[in-house]
Design a protein around this ligand. Structure first.
Ligand code: UGA
Length: 438
C-alpha cells in the first residue's frame, strides 16, 4: 500500500520504517530538511536499537523515502498517518494539539482524491471529530475518512513492539476502511496480534487508558515497596507473588524511581484533564500523578538519609541518567531532577551513561561525565544505580574500591540480591522495597 507519515519523530519514524519493512511504499515527511538529509543517509537522530539497520535496508530496497513535500507526498498516498508531537500545553496538563490541527488544515486545503487520514499521535478523546470538522469546513466531504490507530511502542523496544504487538486497535465504523487496515496489518495479525476494531473515540481512549493503567501499576508497586521497607518484606517476592495471578499479570510490576519518559507523565495529566472537562473526575489517575511526584521527593529524602543529611561537597555518582534503559531519552527522567537538587545543595556529581554525555547536564557546574564506569565510581561517597542498563547488572565490585571508606550503593532498580552483600563489610547496599536501614 502507499502510505505517508507526517512527522518523523519517534512514533512516525519507527512506524513508517516498520511499515516499509512489511513491503509497503512509505514516505516519511518532515519540515526539518537537515534531519531528512541525515535520514536519507541512514543516520538516525534517535537511539533505538535496530532502527538504523532497518532504515538502510528499506532505503536500499526503494520502499522508503523521506520528503519535505507534504502536499506532493499526500497526493501519492492512499493512507496518511498524522504522527506529529502532542506535548503538554502551556497550562501544564492538557495536550497541545496545535501541530495536529495545522497538519489537518494543510491537508484540507489540498486534498483532491479520497484519503484515509489516521491519527497515530496520542490525542484526547474527540480529536478525530475536530479534524473531521476542519476538513468538512473546507468542503472536502466524502474525500476522506478520519480514523484512529494508536501506537503502543516502548522506546528501546519499538521495533519488536511494532512487529509483535498484543493488539492492533483501529477506531472507525467504516467497514471498507476496517478491511483495508486488516489487510495492512495482516503480517502482524498472522503472527498472533489481536485486531480490535471499535469507534474512533474508543480507540483514542484506549491509548490514554492503557498508559494510565500501566502508570497505575507502577505507582501501585512503588507504594507497596515503601510499605515493604517498613515491614521487612522484599518487594521482589511480592511482585512475583501477585504477578503470577493472570488477572494481575507480572509485567510493569518492577518497583523503582518515579516513572518518567515522554509518555506516562504527559498522558496521565492529559487524561485527567479530559475527565475534568467532561465533569467525570478521574480520582485514581489523579492520585497516580500525585504519587509519582511524591515518589521523586521520597527517593531524594532516602538519599539524604543514606548520606546522614551531609550533602555539601559529597561526590555522588549516577550510573545511567536516561529515564530507562535502551534509550538516550532524558525527558522526565528522575535522574535529572535529582542531580539538579543535589547540585544546588553543593554536591559534586559524576555520571556514567552508555549513550554518552548529555548537554543538559554538562551545563551544570560540578557535574562531570565519565566514559569509563570504573573511573566514574572511583572514590565517590555514593553510587546511585539509576537506570537498568545490562552493563550495570554484573559490576565488578572488586574494582570498586574506596580506600579506607565503605562503598555505598543505592540501587534504584534492584539489579542485585541484597542478601549477597550481607557479608561484604566494604559495601553498604541499599535498594528499593527491601528493609531500608539508612
Ligand atoms: C510507554 C508505553 O509502555 C508504551 O506502550 C506506549 O506506546 C508509550 O509509552 C507511548 O505512549 O508512546 P515508554 O514511555 O517508552 O512506553 O516506556 P516504558 O517502558 O513504558 O517505561 C515508562 C516508565 O515506567 C519508565 O520510567 C520506566 O522505568 C518505568 N517502569 C516501567 C517502571 O518503573 N517499572 C516497570 O515495571 C515498568
Amino acid at each position: 500500500m502507499k502510505i505517508c507519515f507526517i512527522g518523523t519523530g519517534y512514533v512516525g519514524l519507527v512506524s513508517g520504517v516498520c511499515f516499509s519493512d512489511l513491503g509497503n511504499s512509505v514516505i516519511c515527511i518532515d519540515k526539518d530538511r537537515e534531519k531528512l538529509t541525515q535520514l536519507e543517509n541512514g543516520d538516525i537522530p534517535i537511539f533505538e536499537p535496530g532502527l538504523s539497520e532497518l532504515v538502510r535496508k528499506n532505503l536500499d530496497a526503494g520502499r522508503l523515502s523521506f520528503s519535505d513535500d507534504l502536499i506532493g507526498s499526500i497526493k501519492k498516498s492512499d493512507i496518511v498517518f498524522i504522527a506529529v508531537g502532542t506535548p503538554t500545553a502551556k497550562d501544564g496538563v492538557s495536550a497541545d494539539l496545535s501541530q495536529v490541527f495545522t497538519v489537518a488544515k494543510l491537508i484540507s486545503k489540498r486534498i483532491k482524491s479520497h484519503k484515509i487520514i489516521v491519527t497515530k499521535s496520542t490525542v484526547p478523546i474527540g480529536t478525530g471529530d475536530k479534524i473531521e470538522k476542519i476538513l468538512n469546513k473546507n468542503k472536502k466531504k466524502g474525500l476522506f475518512t478520519i480514523i484512529s490507530n494508536p501506537e503502543f511502542l516502548r522506546e528501546g523496544e519499538a521495533i519488536k513492539d511494532f512487529k509483535y504487538p498484543d493488539r492492533v486497535v483501529i477506531g472507525t465504523n467504516d467497514k471498507r476502511v476496517i478491511k483495508i487496515f486488516n489487510e495492512l496489518y495482516r503480517p502482524i495479525i498472522n503472527k498472533g496480534a489481536a485486531f480490535v476494531s471499535c469507534s474512533r473515540r474508543a480507540a483514542e481512549l484506549i491509548k490514554y487508558a492503557s498508559n494510565a493503567f500501566l502508570a497505575t501499576k507502577i505507582s501501585f508497586i512503588n507504594e507497596i515497596a515503601n510499605l515493604c521497607e517498613k515491614v521487612h518484606v522484599n518487594i521482589d517476592d511480592v511482585s512475583v507473588g501477585i504477578g503470577l495471578d493472570k488477572r494481575i499479570g507480572s509485567r510493569f510490576l518492577r518497583a523503582g524511581p518515579a516513572y518518567g519518559g515522554s509518555c506516562f507523565p504527559k498522558d496521565t495529566k492529559a487524561l485527567a484533564k479530559v475527565g475534568k472537562n467532561y465533569n467525570s473526575p478521574l480520582s485514581i489517575v489523579n492520585s497516580v500523578i500525585n504519587f509519582n511526584e511524591k515518589r521523586k521527593k521520597d527517593i531524594e529524602n532516602n538519599i539524604y538519609k543514606i548520606l546522614h543529611n551531609k550533602i555539601k561537597n559529597k561526590i555522588i555518582c549516577f550510573l545511567g541518567v536516561t529515564f530507562k534503559a535502551n534509550t538516550d531519552d532524558l525527558r522526565d527522567s528522575s535522574a535529572i531532577n535529582l542531580i539538579s537538587k543535589f547540585v544546588k545543595k553543593g554536591a559534586k556529581i559524576n555520571y556514567y551513561e552508555p549513550t554518552g554525555s548529555k548537554e543538559i547536564l554538562d551545563k551544570h557546574k560540578n557535574v562531570k561525565y565519565f566514559d569509563d564506569l570504573y573511573l566514574a565510581v572511583k572514590k565517590v561517597d555514593l553510587i546511585i544505580i539509576h537506570t537498568e542498563w545490562d552493563e550495570f547488572k554484573n559490576l565488578n565490585f572488586s574494582k570498586i574500591k574506596n580506600n579506607d571508606k565503605k562503598v555505598i550503593i543505592y540501587d534504584l532498580r534492584n539489579l542485585y540480591d541484597n542478601r549477597s552483600f550481607i557479608n561484604k563489610n566494604n559495601i553498604s547496599y541499599y535498594s528499593i522495597g527491601r528493609p531500608f536501614n539508612a
